[in-house]
Design a protein around this ligand. Structure first.
Ligand code: COA
Length: 170
């Protein structure tokens, strides 16, 4: 039976191995990894799917900022990677992972400004993400603009640079 559990309860090495199988082991060079930086994933929004204790899918979410050219700093939640074990794909697991992460964001009140880099044919069709407000966003690496997607009432439709949340040294 498939169970959805907090990502923090799953072996980290198994998660990394699944991500390598879904995206390739060169995935760390992707622009999305630079956007999120070294921040820890958002615990309440990062989930794993297990089938009889075998990891079959995962979604991770991250706190990020848009540093607006207007001088303001906007909070966003970056979703991804979303990954399903290749032989278990197209069986609704990705959709369930996303729906649970989106529901958790709503409960936490952090669903006002969500973004991701992904296929609009999937994230638009099932979850309502689009590129309407992201045209002015710059990223610390290459991105296909039509794959730069967002959702939520507070998505900043302003020009600016996306990057990690930087916490002041203590
Ligand atoms: C993309 C991914 C997360 C989707 O999860 P999944 O469990 O395989 O997909 P679901 O069962 O939830 O959804 C299946 C439906 O989505 C469609 N779909 C799946 N991936 C798609 C994609 N990249 N683009 C367009 N449609 C897609 C399928 O055609 C299917 O449509 P149908 O119901 O009309 O047949 C999964 O395939 C995966 O891990 N892929 C490799 C990693 C990746 O590309 N992740 C996304 C970028 S963050």
């Amino acid at each position: 039976m498939i169970a959805f559990v907090p990502l923090s309860t799953v072996d980290g090495a198994a998660v990394e191995a699944l991500l390598d199988r879904a995206f390739g082991s060169d995935r760390h060079a992707r622009t999305a990894y630079k956007v999120r930086g070294d921040a820890a994933p958002l615990a309440g929004l990062s989930l794993a799917a297990r089938d009889d204790d075998v990891l079959i899918g995962t979604v991770q979410c991250w706190p990020i900022h848009l540093h607006g050219d207007d001088g303001r700093r906007y909070d966003l939640v970056m979703i991804g990677p979303v990954a399903v074990e290749p032989e278990r794909q197209r069986d609704g697991i990705g959709r369930q992972l996303m729906m649970q992460a989106l529901a958790a964001a709503k409960v936490e009140g952090s669903d006002g400004a969500l973004m991701l880099i992904g296929d609009p044919e999937y994230y638009g069709r099932f979850f309502g993400f689009d590129a309407t407000h992201t045209g002015g966003w710059r990223l610390p690496g290459p991105v296909e603009r039509h794959r730069l997607l967002a959702r939520g009432d507070d998505v900043p439709a302003v020009a600016g640079m996306l990057g990690p949340v930087v916490t002041a040294p203590t």
